[in-house]
Write a protein of this length. Structure first.
Length: 261
């Protein structure tokens, strides 16, 4: 049965952390078998869940076991979908097109292993649009953290000359020749349907995902009187120094646990 979010198979996966176990899961999404990585603390408990939404496309920006075991070590069950068309998953990564359903349906996978009433989204880079769409299309998300997150794919086309060829191929043109493909991927105009608390983290020197993505999202949420907090770092780029990165992750995990549905 091709039921969205239904687990097709799971297998053990090597973990870099002895206190966290990893399993690679194949699940159904939109009629496709899609894969992702599940991290659970070895000490069993009814943990809150984090859906980790990675950046990049296909093999670029792949889910890193070290990152999701880091999150799990804070007392969370973490599931990170690879998105369709990646690591043997069926279909084609559309950079926020129908593949957004891979994130939406991954929540059902995560709920099999964690508290069903405490689901958080932790997104990085391209994962930002995946997280916002998931929060818009579902009503069971407690909080959303978007770190260096994309909020408008037209901005990405303008900023990232190195990505234009890929975006034209995947989207079927540029923002000038096929504007609807860019508009339908951009979640900003649907934020009235988002009810989770949102935390925006962004380095103001970010050249991969410009700071205006964060400003657009913050201003759009504030106009709608949504609960939004911002942690902006004037000196950092898309990638924070490792010691700062660790500290921010620690603080994010604390922040998520304090949020209310």
């Amino acid at each position: 049965m091709k039921i969205n979010g239904k687990i097709e198979s799971l297998r053990d996966y090597p973990s870099p952390n002895p206190r966290v176990t990893l399993k690679e899961i194949t699940y159904w999404s939109d009629g496709l078998r899609v894969k992702g990585l599940l991290a659970t603390p070895v000490i069993h408990a009814n943990y809150e869940g984090i859906l980790y939404l990675r950046g990049g496309i296909q093999g670029v920006g792949m889910v890193r076991p070290a990152r999701i075991t880091q999150l799990a070590s804070h007392g969370f069950t973490v599931f990170a979908p690879y998105y369709r068309g990646t690591r043997g998953g069926e279909g084609r990564d559309e950079f926020g097109g129908n593949d957004r359903l891979d994130a939406v349906n991954a929540v059902e996978v995560l709920k099999e292993f964690c508290r069903k009433d405490r689901i958080h989204l932790f997104a990085f880079s391209r994962g930002g649009i995946m997280a916002l769409w998931t929060g818009i299309l579902r009503d069971d998300i407690t909080s959303i953290v978007t770190w260096g997150g994309v909020s408008n794919v037209t901005y990405t086309y303008e900023e990232r000359i190195d990505m234009r060829r890929m975006m034209k191929r995947v989207f079927g043109g540029s923002p000038q020749t096929n504007p609807s493909a860019y508009e339908e991927r951009t979640p900003i105009v649907h934020l009235e349907d988002l009810h989770a608390s949102v935390l925006i983290i962004h380095g103001k020197c970010d050249e991969n995902v410009g700071f205006k993505h964060a400003q657009l999202l913050e201003n759009s949420l504030k106009r709608l009187n949504k609960h939004v907090e911002t942690w902006y770092y004037p000196e950092y780029t898309h990638f924070f120094p490792s010691d700062i990165n660790r500290k921010v992750v620690d603080d994010v995990c604390q922040w998520m646990k304090l949020q209310h549905s």
